[in-house]
Design a protein around this ligand. Sequence first.
Ligand code: ZN
Length: 468
Amino acid sequence: MRFTRSGVALLAALSTLTACTASDEPPIGNSVVGGERAGAAGIGDPDFPKDGNGGYDVAHYDLDVTYTPKGKRLDGVATIRAAATQDLSSFNLDLTGLHVRGVTVDDAAATFSRQGSELTVRPAKAIGASSSFTVKVTYSGRPRPANDSANLGTYGFIPTPDGAFVASEPNGSKTWFPSNDHPADKATFNFTITVPAGVTALANGEMTAKPATKGGLTTYRWSERHPMATYLATATLGKFDLREGKTAAGILNLAATDPRFKRSLDHLYTASGEITDYWTTVFGPYPFSSTGGVVDDYSAGYALENQTKPLYGGFEPDESIIAHELAHQWFGNSLTIKRWKDLWLNEGFATYAEWLWSEHKGTKTADATFNELHARPASDPMWSYPPGRAKPDDLFNQSVYTRGGMTLHALRKTIGDPTFFTLLKTWTAEHRYGNVTTEQFIDLAERLSGKDLGPLFDAWLFQPGRPA
Ligand SMILES: [Zn+2]
């Protein structure tokens, strides 16, 4: 994710107006009620205690949604294949708003109840630990996006005049499909999206069939065959011009722009291809089967790195932000944080990628960028927010980005270019498609460099004040 400049100003204004309250609630543990085993209502992230759920691990989402922009109505069937990690008499999914019409577990009708964003499902027969099960939720209604002025602003499923803009970091997937809505549980996705003829549906991964039109409705089928966090799932809908092909290195490339941004189409396509190919030489093999980007005319004030299809909200993306969102395909999407507090592993790396791109283009070295930032006065707010512990009520603080990127440059200067760039490739190779923590990154950096890097990481990531 990256804000545009106007987005930053807007959020700064909003956050001074809004009193932010961090939740003090402890993580919700497994509850045993009357000898029954209920899955927890949260996955165990203390900063976001109700996000995700416990007791199972999703392997695959099959989302079949029909959406009509005119009535803003969504009809969905979500078929979710999961494995129980404990005995389950009941378990939760995350879903906000919308009307649940029915739930089955392994084709048998299940009872369900709702409270806030928790959908509690009680299967007819308890599920045994480590068995696989399939839960199918039929639902409909008018999706409403999430609003959180302390973080992204408006996110999730955002209806637009010609369709929808769908960007869900950190926890907005629950606004359009029932899920285990936390990055610690990644899964593969199939999308079947039906829209009025003339509307294009853009989801993650690749199209698996030609769009089929019948009775004035067109159905699109997409598949993301690599594990994906729920917040990276998209079904962005609207009128789009498309350019498709392959990068010079042979990776499928799809660029899409709203008619208002058609002048950006060729640049988006060309820059996305060139940058993706360059990142494969710096970060290691591309983790997915296609690249590209989407520019919609919704003025989000930010871009999000939706897997395989970064989404730019209402502006013409320059190379710097394209470099940022495509770096996330490695840092954030292939390697996904297990807890939101480690967000610098996404944003610090994607910010550093912007500096590496400038260095590659001969515009400015990363060292020059680092030195300029380091010269900022001691009173700069960046120095009082240690980026290694992102705060739940201020997740996307500028420090997580800028000081996170500076941490990597300080590391590079300490361990030298050969070890630093080996570290980046080893990091992406060892944890491809997995979940990661800051501790794992520090351990790997120490292992490859043979140095005690504790003091460096502590000063840069965890202590307030400007590191020397
Ligand atoms: Zn980002």
